[in-house]
Ligand binder design. Structure first.
Ligand code: ADP
Length: 475
């Protein structure tokens, strides 16, 4: 593709040049000659008509002598740089500015025919063999008393007209040459602006097609090609990132599945071969059960994430009372809270607060956030769940006074399988999927979720939801 595009452009350039030369070689000389002859003939014809109407008709009405007219014609002929003749209808030459007067033996133009101009007022040739070279001749009739008495003919040499025509054609060739040279600038621009960037893009595409997604290139231009290059390079970096994520994801999944499986296997083997005595079986079976719980949680989390990735389509929108959902979710943690002596305080706006969202999914987000808040809080602490209303948006906040999240971890907590070092000791059952599921759910609703946290002081997770239509209208 690369070479042919350039060749095509070069070919177009050559065709343009060739056609230019062809047009100049064929049409221009004929057209220029035609135009020059017509202009010259027009001038000569009006002179001939003027002579026919004045001096020459005077000759026939005997108002002027032949010598007199001849003198005036001679002067005019010099002025016009041509030959002037007065000819009888029969072809007899009465006067010729190229020759002295000869009344006794006048020259007769055999086959003289005044209609030789055939509709136009000029003819090119040797004028009835009276010239030895090509002449441009015009014929104007001399009329007195509505009768044609004779003709005034003016003959101009074709050689100067032809040479003028040739020099004009040469100028056209020169102009074409200059034009072709100037259009080379377009070729240079094309090479610089289109061809070279396109080659870079093609090379990059080849690299990407060969799997080298980390190949980097840039085209320093603000036009469409620059934009295309930027998009392509962004696309490649995104694919590279997804590939890396995928590898990391598979590594994490394998790791997270392997550790509970290894411990289950270890305990079961130890029980079977008697390393663990019969009386300790119950204790270890409980551990095994916990590990299978963890595996179930992990599998469910993965399934949820997978479904959420097929964006939007799984959301089942309805108008529901978010206050009630918060109350219900908080109630579900009663047992856990009691065990840890943790209090959940609710600060809800209004009795009811209707939002439009997927109730089940939002309940899951709330569950994850409250679950984390409890997990990462110490005993005897308070967790605050709050709803506030701002510009038709409901802001939900889950705030704890637990271990908090180190600043350097904040960026990663939304990633799949991420667990901060701080939390590992506190929460052995965590899968690291809860927050990434929550974020996917909120993003699928086109809403936002964020966290503010200070290590040692606590964390606050806030997300938004849209008010239901009715509630927004009342607002
Ligand atoms: P997990 O199932 O491990 O809780 P999450 O995705 O819910 O997974 O959380 C990811 C990590 O974010 C946790 O392991 C923890 O390090 C941190 N985290 C989440 N919520 C809190 C919180 N309320 N307080 C402190 N750390 C938190």
């Amino acid at each position: 593709m690369r070479r042919t595009l350039y060749l095509k452009f070069l070919l177009a350039y050559l065709i343009f040049g060739l056609f230019g030369v062809l047009v100049i070689a064929t049409f221009v000389p004929a057209m220029t000659r035609e135009q020059l002859i017509r202009e010259k003939a027009e001038t000569l014809y009006s002179e001939a008509s003027l002579i026919a109407g004045t001096y020459a008709s005077g000759l026939y009405t005997s108002q002027a002598s032949l010598e007199n007219v001849k003198n005036q014609m001679d002067a005019l002929a010099v002025y016009l740089d041509s030959t002037i003749r007065i000819i009888n209808p029969s072809g007899r030459l009465i006067l010729d500015t190229d020759m002295p007067l000869n009344v006794e033996d006048p020259l007769i133009l055999e086959q003289f025919d005044p209609t030789v101009t055939k509709g136009s007022y000029y003819t090119v040739g040797n004028f009835f063999d009276s010239f030895d070279r090509d002449m441009l001749s015009v014929i104007a009739p001399i009329t007195t008393d509505y009768k044609v008495r004779g003709y005034v003919t003016i003959h101009s040499d074709m050689a100067p007209i032809q040479s003028f025509c040739n020099s004009l054609v040469n100028i056209s060739y020169l102009t074409l040459g200059i034009l072709l040279l100037l259009s080379l600038i377009i070729l240079i621009f094309f090479t610089e602006i289109v061809y070279i960037p396109l080659r870079k893009i093609t090379y990059a595409t080849e690299q990407y097609a060969a799997g080298n997604m980390h190949y980097e290139f840039s085209i320093d231009s603000e036009d469409e090609i620059g934009y295309l290059a930027a998009c392509l390079s962004y696309m490649a970096s995104e694919i590279a990132r997804t590939e890396d994520d995928q590898k990391k994801f598979v590594a994490n999944v394998s790791h997270d599945f392997r550790s509970p499986l290894t411990s289950i296997r270890g305990y079961l083997e130890a029980m079977l071969d008697g390393t663990i005595p019969q009386e300790a079986h119950e204790k270890y079976l409980t551990i095994v059960l916990n590990e299978t719980d963890r595996l179930t949680k992990l599998t469910n989390g993965l399934l949820t994430l997978n479904n959420l990735n097929t964006k939007g389509m799984l959301l089942d929108f309805s108008d529901f009372d978010i206050n009630q959902v918060i109350r219900d979710t908080a109630a579900a943690f009663e047992g856990t809270c009691r065990r840890k002596s943790i209090t959940i305080e609710l600060f809800l706006t209004g009795d009811t607060l209707y939002v439009r969202a997927d109730m089940g999914k939002i309940q899951q987000v709330l569950y994850n956030l409250i679950d984390n808040a409890i997990k990462f809080s110490s005993s005897n602490s308070i967790i605050k769940v709050e709803t506030t209303l701002k510009h038709s948006k409901v802001f939900l906040s889950v705030k704890d006074s637990g271990i908090g999240i180190p600043k350097e971890d904040l960026r990663f907590i939304w990633d799949r399988f991420y667990k901060s070092d701080l939390s590992r000791g506190k929460d052995k059952k965590g899968t690291g999927l809860g927050l990434s599921i929550s974020k996917e759910i909120i993003l699928a609703h086109n809403e936002h979720i964020n966290v503010v946290s200070t290590p040692g002081e606590g964390s606050e997770f806030i997300f938004t939801l849209p008010l239901s239509k009715e509630e927004a209208e009342e607002d």
